[in-house]
Write a protein that binds this ligand. Structure first.
Ligand code: SAH
Length: 256
């Protein structure tokens, strides 16, 4: 079932409301999809659910939609953060796209001792994550934080959140068992969750030592193989969603 083009907008959405497209969206509709006007699109803004809208005016670098009716009620993704050490460009884009598809609510790049920091162009990452959210039919987009040193990120750690440490070294229970145990015996003081993966070079012994001693950190293993950072992030997020998140739900309009 081909679904209509989905576009993320920041405007409020309600019946009959006009919504101006961004210039890049107008270009995409006019020059890539060859829209002429009158076509249907689905709009979402992370607050008001998903609405059917019609392309009302289409010109050079501009497009306007008229919102018609609501298709889906707003549902925010589970409250799951991903802390990750930025990695090389193409793999970084891949990691962002997978994290969006796997429903993270917030992306927090952390700089560790062995992080190979490349100038990360925020607007490119933002465009990538919006495109991934449009494609995977999410109704919200994750927040993207600016990079921060790991110890600074840990200093201000929120008291209600546990941090799953993907530890490639040292003793650690398999993630599936660790999360199943957390589901069986939740920590009422820390209902929220986050995942942390390291850079290509891994965590330093000192970093792992520090992390292991923090009360909110849950070290886990992802099996006997050394996974690339993006594979590790994807694996941990998928297991979390399946055990503690929305992994049991079905995609919209395809439940039968
Ligand atoms: N190059 C390092 C590993 C870095 S892999 C080495 O050879 O040891 C990048 C990150 O992915 C790691 O920091 C860790 O967070 C995660 N990771 C990779 N494999 C893992 C595993 N088997 N168990 C837990 N975490 C893993």
């Amino acid at each position: 079932m081909a679904t209509a083009t989905r576009l993320y907008v920041t405007d409020d959405l309600g019946p009959g409301m006009p919504v101006e497209a961004r210039a890049d969206q107008a270009h995409y509709l006019r020059n890539v999809l060859r829209f002429k006007g009158g076509e249907v699109v689905h709009l979402f803004n992370g607050r008001d659910g998903e609405w059917r809208a019609r392309v009302d005016a289409l010109g050079k670098g501009r497009a306007r939609f008229v919102v018609e009716e609501k298709r889906r009620d707003q549902r925010t993704s589970p409250d799951l953060w991903l802390l990750y050490a930025p990695i090389k460009r193409a793999r970084h884009d891949f990691l962002i796209e997978k994290a969006v598809e796997l429903g993270v609510s917030r992306l927090l790049p952390v700089l560790t001792g062995r992080t190979q920091v490349e100038r990360v162009k925020e607007e490119r990452l933002q465009a990538n994550l919006i495109e991934a959210a449009e494609q995977c039919e999410r109704l919200d987009i994750p927040a993207l934080e600016a990079p921060l040193a790991l110890d600074a990120r840990l200093d201000g750690w929120p008291s209600n959140r546990r941090l799953i440490l993907c530890a490639e070294a040292g003793a650690a229970p398999p993630i599936g068992e660790a999360l199943a145990a957390a589901r069986a015996t939740p920590d009422p003081a820390r209902p929220a969750w986050a995942v942390l993966t390291g850079p290509e070079g891994g965590f330093s012994d000192a970093e792992l030592e520090t992390l292991r001693h923090l009360p909110f950190v849950l070290p886990v293993g992802l099996g006997p193989r050394i996974l690339r950072a993006e594979t590790a992030a994807m694996t941990a997020l998928a297991v979390w969603q399946s055990v503690l998140g929305d992994g049991g739900m079905r995609p919209p309009d395809r439940v039968e």
